[in-house]
Design a binder for this molecule. Structure first.
Ligand SMILES: Nc1nc2c(ncn2[C@@H]2O[C@H](COP(=O)(O)OP(=O)(O)OP(=O)(O)O)[C@@H](O)[C@H]2O)c(=O)[nH]1
Ligand SMILES: [Mg+2]
Length: 188
C-alpha cells in the first residue's frame, strides 16, 4: 500500500523525462534514509555516508543522486558538474538541529543563488518532525531565509525560482510524498 502512492508520483516524474533529481543537504540530515525509504519502503539505520561518496540509484525512471555539500570542496565541484543536468533539487535539513541551521542556510542560499537554471525547482525538506524540539514550518522558513514559495533574487516574482518547504518525518513517512508531488507538478 505504501508503494502505491509514492510509486505513482515517482513514475509520473520518471515517465516525464527520465528525470534527474539531486538530493543534497548537510550530513546527518536524512538523505540516505530518504533514498532507502523510496527504494524499499523501509526505514533502515545507515552509517554516515563517507565523504565525498555520492549515492546513486535509479527508480521509476528517475536517477537520484545524493551527497552532502557540507563544507567540502569535492562535493562542490561535483555539484557544479551536475547542476546543468538536473530537473529538480531536494534539499534535506535536520529541522531539530538548531546548532547547524545557519550552516544549512548558507548551503541552501548558495544553491538558490547559484547558476542552477532558474526553472529548476528546489524542494526543501525540514526533516525529523517526529523529534522533540523540531522547528515549526514558519520558524524554519525564517531560519533558512526562504519565502516558502517563490525565491526571487532580484527578478520579478514570475521569473523567480520555485522553492517550497515541506516538513517531513522519514520515521513516520510523512511529508515527502507532498514534496515529490510538488516536484512533479513543477516539471514542465
Ligand atoms: N527521528 C528521526 N530520525 C531520522 C529521520 N530521518 C533520518 N533520521 C536519522 O538521522 C540520522 C542521519 O540520517 P542519514 O539518512 O544517515 O543522513 P544523511 O543525510 O545520509 O547523512 P550523511 O550520510 O552523513 O551525509 C540517522 O540516524 C537516521 O536514522 C526522521 O525523520 N526522524
Ligand atoms: Mg548518507
Amino acid at each position: 500500500m505504501f508503494f502505491d502512492w509514492i510509486w505513482e508520483i515517482l513514475f509520473y516524474i520518471g515517465f516525464y523525462k527520465r528525470a534527474k533529481l539531486m538530493i543534497i543537504g548537510l550530513d546527518n540530515a536524512g538523505k540516505t534514509t530518504l533514498l532507502s525509504l523510496l527504494k524499499n519502503g523501509k526505514l533502515v539505520q545507515h552509517p554516515p555516508t563517507p565523504r565525498p561518496v555520492s549515492e546513486e540509484m535509479t527508480l521509476a525512471g528517475i536517477t537520484f543522486t545524493a551527497y552532502d555539500l557540507g563544507g567540502h570542496q569535492m562535493a562542490r565541484r561535483l555539484w557544479k558538474d551536475y547542476m546543468a543536468a538536473v530537473n529538480a533539487v531536494v534539499f534535506v535539513v535536520d529541522a531539530t538541529d538548531s546548532s547547524r541551521v545557519e550552516e544549512a542556510k548558507a548551503e541552501l542560499q548558495g544553491i538558490l543563488s547559484s547558476e542552477l537554471p532558474m526553472e529548476i525547482p528546489v524542494a526543501v525538506l525540514g526533516n525529523k518532525t517526529d523529534k522533540p524540539g523540531c522547528y515549526g514550518r514558519v520558524e524554519l522558513l525564517n531560519a533558512l531565509g526562504i519565502q516558502g514559495d517563490v525565491q526571487t533574487y532580484g527578478k520579478s516574482n514570475s521569473e523567480g525560482r520555485q522553492c517550497q518547504l515541506f516538513m517531513t518525518s522519514m520515521l513516520y513517512r510523512q511529508g515527502y510524498g507532498d514534496a515529490f508531488r510538488w516536484i512533479a507538478a513543477q516539471l514542465r
